[in-house]
Design a protein around this ligand. Structure first.
Ligand code: ZN
Length: 226
């Protein structure tokens, strides 16, 4: 797979804001047949009020924004925490197989370099569910079109590791009297309402129940359901 760097000028779909990423956001372009070169041209040609760090297609990957700068792909919270990879939309099964392998390779490279486990790679759909700032559900529909799921993508990227098998990104968790689970997840203060089986799953993945969340962490928690 060819790797190309076609940096956007700062100011054109590239804010130039520093980013210390804690995870990788996985998107799909929703433009069937468009290549990474097509996407690069699109973002170089005009102010789109959107962007991504890289685009992967069936024979190459093009980087538009450096990993240590913010791109506009998934809402304010996620944009300031995630590197973004856009998977180009294949039109044939053969093309899909090629872009799948390439996207897994790019994701593996990014996660390996940053020391991230399977739970640091989030679909845009998961970002929408957790932060509620966007309503996109990509790349789930695209994967489904070719008989795949986000879990398949994570497994193939991490050579067989399951979603809960690695670094969970959870720093602290606790249940309160009403059954809410409190957490700091990916550096973001979050209040989860997890079902007992889900909580058991997290615990089995090594997340510790600390019993009580310090008051200092309770301020400004986001309330989400996952
Ligand atoms: Zn997306």
């Amino acid at each position: 797979m060819e790797v190309k760097y076609d940096w956007l000028p700062v100011g054109l779909n590239r804010p130039g804001t520093p980013l210390q990423a804690v995870g990788l956001a996985v998107h799909e372009t929703a433009t069937p047949g468009a290549t990474d070169e097509n996407e690069s041209r699109y973002f170089h040609n005009a102010d789109r009020q959107a962007s991504a760090h890289c685009f992967v297609d069936w024979d190459s990957v093009t980087w538009l924004i450096p990993e240590n700068e913010v791109a506009w792909h998934a809402g304010a919270t996620a944009n300031h925490r995630f590197i973004s990879m856009e998977i180009c939309h294949a039109t044939t099964p053969g093309q899909f197989a090629a872009v799948w392998d390439n996207a897994c390779a790019v994701a593996r490279d990014i996660c390996t370099r940053h020391g991230w486990g399977p739970d640091r790679m989030w679909s845009h759909a998961r970002i929408s569910r957790v932060f509620g700032e966007t309503d996109h559900t990509d790349p789930e529909g695209y994967f489904k079109e070719f008989g795949k799921t986000m879990d398949d993508f994570i497994r193939d990227t991490f050579n067989g590791s399951s979603i809960n098998g690695g670094d969970d990104g959870m720093l602290i968790m606790a249940t309160d009297s009403k059954g809410w689970v409190w957490a700091v997840h990916l550096g973001i203060r979050t209040k989860y309402h997890l079902s007992p089986p889900m909580w058991t799953l997290y615990k089995s993945a090594g997340v510790k129940d600390v019993g009580k969340v310090p008051d200092s962490l309770l301020a400004n928690f986001k309330t989400v359901t996952e």
